[in-house]
Every structure is written in structure tokens, then in C-alpha cells.
Write a protein that binds this ligand. Structure first.
Ligand SMILES: C[S@@+](CC[C@H](N)C(=O)[O-])C[C@H]1O[C@@H](n2cnc3c(N)ncnc32)[C@H](O)[C@@H]1O
Length: 369
């Protein structure tokens, strides 16, 4: 069975990601006030140095571009001449060409002037995983990340009869939890090296909140159960085989707020010893914008046509990767089209209850030593 390392995690490219993930942008826009306020509390940095920002797991950069503008404004409000760098990071096969085109004003219909035209702002990209150190020791002023760190570094096992750890058997779930907690330490320790003293991280991570809610499982239909049920249906219909069924396992784990906070609550943990301190911690639910629109227009077909592509934008590579590569490419494409097509038809038929509310844990972390 195919496990761990070789999985390809990717959003669909060519700007498809940010144009189909209105909800992800809404989350980032909400976090903007916290970011600006945190920048306002930061100590001044030495004269000759830039204020360096990183966006970890930025995809095509479209969802955070307005936040980046706000950050630049907040920094310049205090220090009009401060040079600023933004390092966009993601995995190596991310569509960095779309990201560069977007930030240079060559993609999309944006009326704003391109980010790259702001004087004294320097834009970089790094195709390096956030499980590794990405920028030099002590050089990072402010690290931001949204909706990315639930992707764990490896799948500890395949989930036999579901697609995500939230529906896994207890023994499988424990393996994912152990991986998720170890990975969280790694992420924090890498960032601890990168941050300058007084530097900050503002992270918006998917979580299981205090009420047990998580992405697509707040009220109504459980989205991951829907995926699992439909994938199982393809097995029952003989469209996919047993290995393909089991291989559809999301390389993800959603931690609780307590799990996020645990390394900070232990003064002797490697994370605390590395000088990181947790300030703000809260959870937020961001309502599914497609379900909200549907309440207004009540056009079920239009809702399904808008809603299912946003699910497809981030989930397709998992199902595509589960299919036997020996199948002809057009057969694999047809299976995926049927999978999402049937989902869309069902939503159009009975739209109520389908919604992908986002559930995030927000954290502000400071490097104090
Ligand atoms: C759902 S998108 C979020 C994009 C953007 N931050 C947002 O909030 O809209 C998750 C991104 O995380 C990236 N990602 C997953 N694992 C990663 C890793 N180990 N290192 C860097 N990026 C990673 C994915 O490639 C993807 O672009």
C-alpha cells in the first residue's frame, strides 16, 4: 500500500484556488485586525534592517493579497521609510507562476495597483515546506499563515473506511494525532529559529473547536462524511478498486485549541525553551459564503455550481492521487468528474444543510528571547 512521503499536496493552479475560495479569503480578512494590532505592539527594529514578512502556505497568494497591503500600510504608518520583504512560501509544486503574476498585477481583474509596485517592498517566493527552516536565523519579523498547517508531514497510515482523521477508527485517529502533535512542534521550532527577538507569528489554523465543530461539520450535513460515502459508493459500483478506496486519505489532522496550546503551557517544552510564548488564542467559525448566498437567492442549481467547485479546488488531488496510475488518464478524469458531478447534482436536488463553514484557531505567538 502506498503510504507517507510521496503524496502530492496541491491546490488547483492558475489562480483557480483563490478565485474559488471566497471563504478562505474571508477568514484572512477577518484576521487582518489582529495582525495590524499586533504589528502596532512590536518593538522598533534596527535601522538598516527590513521588516520581513512570510506567508507560510500561501497557495497562489490571492487570498492574502489584501492582508499584505494592510500589513504594509500598518508598518509604514509607524515607519514610512522602512523597507519590507514578503516571502511567500509553499510546497515546491505550488503554482508559483500564478503567485508571481498575481503579485505583479498580471493576473485577475484587480483594480488596486499591483503589490509589486509599492516602493520599498520586495517580493520573494520559496518552494520550501514549512516543516523546514525557510529564512535565515533571526531574520523574520512577522510570520503569517492561514488554513495550511493542518497538512501534516506524512500519513502515518491509510484510513480504511473514511477519508479524513475526523472519521477514522480510534486506533487510526491516534496515529494521526501523534503525527499532528509532533509536526506542530517541528513547525514551531523551525519558526523559533527564523524569528528575530520580538518577532511574531499570527496563525489561523483549522481546528476542532471547543464545541467539537470542524470544517464542514458545524450544523447540517457533514462534508467529510459526504466525501467518504460517495467514494464508498464508487467502490460498491465497481468504478474503483479496494486499494483506490483506501488510498483516499487526507494527509491532515485538526488539532484542538488545547493541543495547539500544549507546548506553550509547559515551561520545559522545547518550544518554550526556544523562546516562543503564546498570547492570543481563540476560535472562530466563518460561515460558508455559498450557503449564505443560497439563503438569499434560493437557486439550488446555482448554489451547487458554486459550492462543489470550491470543495474540488482543495480536495481533488487527494482523490486523483488515490486512483491507480495504470488507469488511462481520461478514465481517471472521468471518475473524478462523475464523483464531483454526482455531488453537485445531489446538492442541486436537496441543497439544505450543505455548507462548508470554516472553523479556525487563531494564535498570536511572540519570540521573547
Ligand atoms: C488551503 S491552502 C491555503 C492557502 C492560503 N493560505 C489561504 O488561506 O487561502 C493550503 C496551502 O498549504 C500548502 N501546504 C501544505 N503543506 C505545506 C507544507 N508542508 N509547507 C508549505 N505549504 C504547505 C498547500 O500547498 C496549499 O497551497
Amino acid at each position: 500500500m502506498n503510504t507517507t512521503g510521496a503524496t502530492k499536496i496541491a491546490m488547483r493552479g492558475a489562480g483557480y484556488y483563490s478565485s474559488n475560495t471566497v471563504g478562505a479569503k474571508a477568514v484572512i480578512d477577518k484576521v487582518g485586525d489582529l495582525v495590524v494590532e499586533a504589528i502596532g505592539r512590536m518593538p522598533a527594529i534596527a535601522d538598516a534592517q527590513p521588516f520581513s514578512i512570510a506567508d507560510f502556505g500561501a497557495a497562489d497568494g490571492g487570498t492574502s493579497i489584501d492582508l499584505m497591503r494592510r500589513m504594509v500600510e500598518a508598518i509604514r504608518a509607524r515607519e514610512p521609510d522602512r523597507q519590507i520583504t514578503i516571502t511567500y512560501t509553499d510546497l515546491p509544486h505550488n503554482d508559483f507562476a500564478a503567485l508571481f503574476r498575481l503579485t505583479q498585477g498580471l493576473l485577475g481583474q484587480r483594480a488596486d495597483k499591483p503589490l509589486a509596485d509599492i516602493p520599498g517592498l520586495f517580493i520573494f517566493g520559496s518552494g520550501t515546506s514549512f516543516y523546514r527552516q525557510i529564512v535565515p536565523d533571526g531574520s523574520l519579523s512577522f510570520g503569517f499563515s492561514a488554513t495550511a498547517m493542518h497538512w501534516i508531514s506524512a500519513r502515518p497510515c491509510m484510513i480504511k473506511d473514511h477519508v479524513q482523521a475526523v472519521g477514522a477508527a480510534p486506533a487510526e485517529c491516534e496515529q494521526f494525532r501523534a503525527q499532528g502533535l509532533a509536526d506542530w512542534d517541528t513547525i514551531l521550532l523551525r519558526r523559533a529559529r527564523e524569528l528575530r527577538r520580538g518577532g511574531k507569528l499570527l496563525l489561523a489554523n483549522f481546528c476542532v473547536d471547543e464545541a467539537g465543530r470542524y470544517l464542514g461539520a458545524t450544523v447540517g450535513v457533514n462534508m467529510f462524511d459526504e466525501f467518504a460515502r460517495r467514494w464508498r459508493g464508487l467502490l460498491a459500483a465497481g468504478r474503483i478498486n479496494e486499494a483506490e478506496y483506501v488510498n483516499a486519505t487526507f494527509q491532515q489532522f485538526y488539532k484542538t485549541p488545547d493541543e495547539f496550546a500544549a507546548p506553550f503551557r509547559d515551561a520545559n517544552s522545547p518550544v518554550s525553551k526556544a523562546g516562543l510564548r503564546l498570547g492570543h488564542l481563540s476560535t472562530i467559525v466563518t460561515p460558508c459564503p455559498y450557503a449564505a448566498d443560497h439563503l438569499n437567492h434560493r437557486d439550488a442549481a446555482a448554489f451547487a455550481k458554486a459550492y462543489v467547485p470550491t470543495l474540488r479546488s482543495w480536495s481533488e488531488t487527494v482523490f486523483a492521487g488515490a486512483l491507480d496510475p495504470a488507469r488511462p488518464a481520461d478514465m481517471r478524469a472521468a471518475i473524478l468528474d462523475d464523483f464531483y458531478g454526482a455531488y453537485e447534482a445531489d446538492v442541486a436536488q436537496a441543497p439544505d444543510g450543505h455548507r462548508m463553514d470554516y472553523v479556525h484557531c487563531l494564535m498570536e505567538i511572540t519570540k521573547v528571547s
